[in-house]
Design a protein around this ligand. Sequence first.
Ligand code: ATP
Ligand code: MG
Length: 427
Amino acid sequence: MFTQAPRGTRDVLPEEAGNWVFLENKFREICHEFSYKEIRTPVFEHTELFQRGVGETTDIVEKEMYTFQDKSGRSITLKPEGTAPTVRAYIEHKLYTQPMPVKLFYIIPGFRYERPQAGRLREFHQFGIEAFGSDSPHIDVEIMVLGIMFLKNLGLDDIKLHINSIGCEICRADYKKALKDFLDESKQNLCNTCNSRLNRNPLRILDCKNPECQRALKEAPVVLDYLCDECKAHFEAIKNDLSLINIDYTVNPRIVRGLDYYTRTVFEIISEDLGAQSTVCGGGRYDNLIQECGGPPTPAAGFGMGIERLITILEKKNLLKIPEEKVDIYIAPLKEEYVDTALKLLYSFRESGISAETDYLKRSLKAQMKYANKIMAQFAIIIGEEEVNSGFYTVKDLTAGEQQKVARDKIFEYISNCIRKGCDKFE
Ligand code: ATP
Ligand code: MG
């Protein structure tokens, strides 16, 4: 049992780790282009932060949090998402005293006790960005565009942007009432959770994945018909910006997202390659969250993007072709007594930035060469009796299969040259 990773978690093995580093670098690059700065917050927070920040009636807080008591009896929760912790850090460190907007990004693990399935893990990872301090629709668009550009730069040209507005507290109240009145008629078709949501937070029902509930919603009133003039204008401005910079989008009035903090804009970036869990990126505006968490009134917007889901799409489309890492040089001592010489060479190569490996298992020459090929070494230096007695080493070009003798005191210089400039000495 203990030799198996816990359900819903997975290891990233060495052959996959390169993909993660590649994507993390690409994400950092685009954040830099858009002037977002990295923030790192703890893996766990006080449970109350998520109860307040994510919302008591969300799936996350109702049933998915990894919550435990630490040895002092505090209630601690492994972070299920990145926005609430970022907001907490923004308030705690008074980042609101900096010039606005404060634009942040992060790469985090997230923990949710969900039913594991394709695209749904209990420990997953996210790229996320948040922009604090502006209620301009241009910021909402910037956030969408950063996500879209990042994915397009990776070669994903058939992703779809779905947008919606869920209004402000004022106009949403009218919509909530209309939705509740409508759903009261078909209560018996809603799942138990949605029945209890009907009185507490009917909007959440739009996000329910149960097909029965989705059917009951077919003729339901649409939030966009209830927006007040300001919210309508904000949404129109977003659509204008997107057209201005030629970003295709679909207005999807069913999107509410799984977190309670959103106001006005919500959006999803969708890939058909993902099957049921088709959302690779979800985000929106949350103008009240910072104040609700005890900070000064600060409009804000952001997104979260699932890294595992992203990797699934890229793998399906064969867009992850990170070359395996090669080793520059393999040093093969043929006898125990040459090990000291091998080690000295090994560390002088490594010190000068040339990757080098040697034998730690007292293997025969044949076995060592087999290993050298396996780790994709470019060159091998053989240190044997004949070599030592006559003051040279044998250098093998493992790609070309050729070899030649190099004077002992020239070996370092010779190999460095070969690695740096390519080797033209094998005639
Ligand atoms: P979904 O509707 O797919 O459950 P969500 O509304 O819970 O998504 P967010 O909380 O907005 O999603 O998280 C943003 C992104 O993080 C998602 O679009 C998805 O790519 C990823 N994500 C969320 N939960 C998981 C999970 N359990 N496993 C893997 N990825 C996840
Ligand atoms: Mg979810």
